[in-house]
Design a protein around this ligand. Structure first.
Ligand code: 13P
Length: 258
């Protein structure tokens, strides 16, 4: 199953990093560089307190904001949580659901991730549903089973029309923050598997083929050059390198000029 051609999506996940001063410098640098990026869809994920500020700094620029997380409920007595409608209200376009750090450190189950994706869609946001296996799971041959278990609850709650608005991200846990990028073969194999899983589960072959699937895990300017050449890869979810303006711009250029 080959992917339809869309502009690549390059997302910078800042995780729990940044300050008003640092964010301003980073975003001003990206705004200066954007003319050199080419045909690419760029988004950044500031922490919650900085979202509105970043949206304002990016006004009239094609760079959008993505939230790193959201609440699985729509509104009410959920102290400390942030709803999908609030994220939409302050101008976010995308929201991550099920990043491995949320799953691993904060107990987000696959059912909860499904509820988060549902809330995102209800609020008009595009959910970026993240999946990925640990090294132990890969080594005992459980990669595909793990990814299926993570994704099936989300797929079960979505209509075909919903599916058209979903982005997937494959981030092997062993590749995140380790400097070990998955190989081209590993990435191609998993991305094909994910699109096939969506097609087999929903019967929506065309939607599955068109569904953007990102890769994440130690992406840097060097790996972005070959990642951008992989036809299955719709874009990248960048962590550490997204905090360095030069590196992130370089990654955007690799995907914008492919
Ligand atoms: P690194 O690029 O730092 O490995 O992080 C990847 C990631 O988790 C992006 O969401």
């Amino acid at each position: 199953m080959t992917q339809q051609h869309l502009p690549a999506l390059v997302i910078g996940n800042w995780k729990m990093n940044g300050s008003l001063t640092a964010n301003t410098a980073l975003l001003e640098s990206l705004r200066r560089d954007i003319a050199s990026f080419g045909h690419v869809n760029v988004s950044v994920c500031p922490p919650f307190p900085y979202l509105a500020h970043s949206v304002a700094l990016l006004a009239k620029s094609p760079i959008s904001c993505t939230a790193q997380n959201l609440c699985h409920e729509a509104v009410g007595a959920y102290t400390g949580e942030v709803s999908a409608s609030m994220l939409a209200d302050v101008g976010c376009r995308y929201v991550l659901a099920g990043h491995s750090e949320r799953r691993g450190l904060f107990g987000d189950s696959s059912e909860r991730v499904a509820a988060k994706a549902r809330q995102a869609l209800n609020a008009g946001l595009t959910p970026i549903v993240c999946v990925g296996e640990t090294l132990a799971q890969r080594e005992i041959g459980l990669t595909e089973a793990t990814l299926a278990a993570q994704l099936l609850p989300t797929l079960a709650g979505l209509s075909i029309a919903d599916l058209e608005k979903v982005v997937l991200a494959y981030e092997p846990v062993w590749a995140i923050g380790t400097g070990h990028v998955a190989t081209a073969q590993q990435i191609t194999s998993v991305l094909r598997y994910l699109r096939q899983l969506v097609a087999d589960t929903t019967g929506a072959d065309k939607v599955a083929r068109a569904m953007p699937v990102l890769y994440g895990g130690s992406v840097n300017p060097t790996s972005a050059v070959w990642l951008a050449q992989l036809p299955e890869v719709s874009g990248v979810l960048v962590g550490g390198a997204a905090l360095k303006a030069e590196d992130f711009s370089e990654i955007c250029r690799s995907f914008g000029q492919r």
